[in-house]
Design a protein around this ligand. Structure first.
Ligand code: XMP
Ligand code: MG
Length: 190
């Protein structure tokens, strides 16, 4: 859907569909160079990374396999706590594999740093991170993210896989959610 389909729920369109497509193409060219001649396993983090995984994988001129994890990070409201639980684990044995974690957004970084530590214990040949969005001002842990699409301000965003209360994931662009939408609900974002 387009921003006009949720009229009034966004204060601003932060990143357009065209900008996302162009940036994913640039990132894909870099990934193709970095992984030339090697196998590549993309690990998507459900549910937010569904759109970026689908578009990145199709943009890549490189054979990949794909697997998925679902994790839940507990916290209050829209804040992550770093306490992570695996809701769905990988089906793939990581030993000797070149793993690229595909994420929608890095906020505090707590979820991803936990995930990275967990996956590293499984013996991959290499493990790197690709995130469409990152909020540098929200970082609470230092993570080395090899591929970042866009650095964005420390505001709650939705669209292109990102939800608020499971809504807005099918918005084609990324936008800043209007405060009136979430001020009444104290739901935790996954
Ligand atoms: P961190 O890096 O803080 O983020 O552990 C964990 C997860 O929180 C979600 N998240 C967001 N979801 N808009 C969203 O829709 C946002 O602005 C946002 N910031 C964080 C996301 O699932 C991330 O993986
Ligand atoms: Mg996520």
């Amino acid at each position: 859907m387009e921003p006009r389909d949720i009229d009034g729920d966004l204060t601003e369109i932060l990143i357009s569909e065209e900008q996302i497509r162009a940036r994913l193409a640039e990132m894909s060219r870099q990934i193709e160079v970095d992984y030339a001649g090697t196998d590549l396993l993309l690990v998507g983090v459900l549910k937010g990374a569904v759109m970026v995984m689908a578009d990145l994988a199709r943009e890549l001129h490189h054979p990949v396999t794909m697997d998925w994890m679902a994790v839940s990070s507990y916290g209050s409201g829209t804040q992550s706590s770093g306490v992570v639980r695996i809701l769905k684990d990988l089906d793939t044995d990581l030993s000797g594999r070149n793993v690229l974690i595909v994420e929608d957004i890095i906020d505090s970084g707590l979820t991803l740093s936990w995930l990275l530590a967990n996956l590293k214990t499984r013996g991959p040949a290499s493990i790197e991170i690709c995130a469409l969005l990152r909020k540098p001002d929200a970082a609470r842990v230092d993570i080395d993210v090899k591929y970042v699409g866009f650095n964005i301000p420390n505001q709650f965003v939705v669209g292109y896989g990102l939800d608020y209360d499971e809504k807005y994931r099918n918005l084609r662009s990324v936008g800043i959610l209007a405060p009136h939408v979430y001020s009444t609900v104290a739901a935790a974002a996954l």
